[in-house]
Write a new protein. Structure first.
Length: 452
């Protein structure tokens, strides 16, 4: 692909550059960026909803929105929540800021790695942040009992847990979160950040928002931009008992939500079926993408219940180089985690995307990690869609741009499946996070017919 990108945008600052900054810093075909960095639902809003937004664009830009109370009542009616327990914000980060200013007095405990604002925000206001390390050797899983002991030993007055966690997507079952809340009733505050809870399919009712509404010291934080696929609108909400929710509502500006947020909230009731379908599609994509990533030799994949997957590159491979290569050579934007507390640049967080986009990612990763020829020879990758039935090869014209050639990636199939002559050898052993279930995975056919 032709075109170029200003790599300084990727290398400066503690946060990834915005999509707009990358577009401004790119030229030629490099303006065709596939975003594996920003965790956004690719299946929602629907095209019909976007048409509605376009038709209302002039009014949205010209006129004031309703006050936040009006928008909050409509959201609560759609979601079946008591509005007295809800406060809405201009993105979940605004609510994190207000929670820190109003409710965190001296110290806050937080497992790391996690979303950076939970460490940075209280540090910026002079609070003590007690960071509980999640261990790679344990798959970054949170041990509730160990975390509670840590909180007691440090004397933390506020405790936070992100569920699912960012960047690894680790999920703590609802009964475990409730058990933690039961044991921390003496703290000033316990926050459960459920920004990615809508993507969980491990159990039917994962949220503890109902518990927050009736407990004296609990807040559950929710993002709307991530699960509704609209990061640019900047809206989110929190659930707590009416006293806590009321304190936040009095503090935030009366018109802290914009007209786009109002328009979307009032459209939602007509599109909830499509929204739920989008979550099911994304969960299927997550399973397939996890299997395909796990088949890359030497790559560790951490199980996720978010709309992203954390991977660790093979020894000797650095995420900075891979990130820059994917951006410049394949137009693929990924999140390298070197600036996240608790991880290194050997880790990447990859957003779950549709199958064709994942082909493009895998093509670039395979070329960077395993092409040792140094001759610049292009490869093509043939990644077959995951199906329980036999799958035919895709024609070259169906492949996305910048695919390597000569690497045949078969879709996830039971290793004992018949009908694939020459491809029936056992799938390679996967390097997975500790104590995690392994997968039946794709097998790579390399140039010359060898199987990796």
């Amino acid at each position: 692909m032709s075109g170029s990108v200003d790599l300084a945008l990727l290398r400066n600052g503690s946060h990834s550059p915005s999509y707009f900054a990358l577009k401004r810093g790119s030229s030629g075909d490099r303006s065709d960026i596939v975003d594996f960095c920003i965790p956004c639902n690719p299946y929602f809003p629907t095209p019909e909803m976007f048409d509605g937004l376009r038709r209302n664009l002039v009014d949205v830009l010209k006129y004031y929105p309703s006050d936040s109370e009006t928008i909050t009542k409509e959201l609560c009616a759609t979601l079946g929540i008591n509005p007295s327990t809800v406060a809405m914000g201009n993105g979940s980060t605004e609510l994190i800021t207000w929670i820190d200013h109003l409710l965190v007095r001296e110290s806050l405990a937080i497992p790391v790695p996690t979303f950076g604002r939970w460490t940075d925000q209280p540090l910026e206001t002079g609070k003590r942040v007690d960071m509980y390390p999640l261990l790679e050797s344990q798959g970054f899983r949170l041990d509730v009992d160990s975390y509670i002991r840590f909180i007691r030993e440090r004397g933390s007055r506020v405790a936070v847990v992100c569920n699912p966690n960012n960047p690894d997507g680790g999920y703590l079952a609802r009964h475990e979160v409730i058990r933690m809340l039961d044991q921390l009733t003496d703290l000033d505050l316990v926050v459960v950040d459920e920004s990615f809870i809508e993507f969980v399919d491990a159990e039917p009712y994962p949220s503890v928002a109902d518990q927050a509404a009736i407990r004296p010291n609990v807040i559950v934080l929710k993002s709307l931009g991530k699960n509704f696929g609209l990061h640019g609108i900047r809206f989110g909400y929190m659930v707590a008992n009416p006293a806590i929710a009321g304190k936040l509502k009095k503090a935030v500006p009366k018109w802290n939500l914009n007209s786009f947020a109002e328009l979307v909230v009032f459209m939602l009731k007509e599109h909830m079926d499509e929204y739920r379908h989008s979550l099911r599609m994304l969960a299927q994509d997550r399973e397939t993408m996890t299997r395909q990533l796990a088949s890359l030799p030497g790559v560790t994949v951490f199980p996720s219940q978010g709309n992203f997957v954390l991977i660790k590159l093979p020894p000797g491979k650095d995420g900075v180089g891979l990130r820059d290569y994917l951006m410049t050579e394949h137009g693929v934007f990924v999140r390298e985690c070197g600036n996240k507390l608790g991880t290194t640049s050997q880790f990447l967080r990859l957003v779950v995307r549709p199958h064709a986009d994942v082909q493009r990612l895998l093509a670039g990763m395979y070329r960077y990690l395993y092409d040792a020829t140094g001759n610049g020879r292009a490869y093509e990758v043939d990644v077959l869609a995951p199906q329980p039935q036999a799958v035919s090869r895709m024609a070259p014209a169906q492949l996305p741009p910048a695919q390597p050639a000569g690497v045949d990636v078969l879709a996830p199939q039971p290793v004992r499946q018949s009908g694939r002559q020459g491809r029936r050898r056992r799938a390679p052993e996967l390097r997975m996070a500790a104590n995690q279930t392994t997968y039946d995975v794709p097998v790579y056919r390399l140039p010359g017919g060898n199987i990796a």
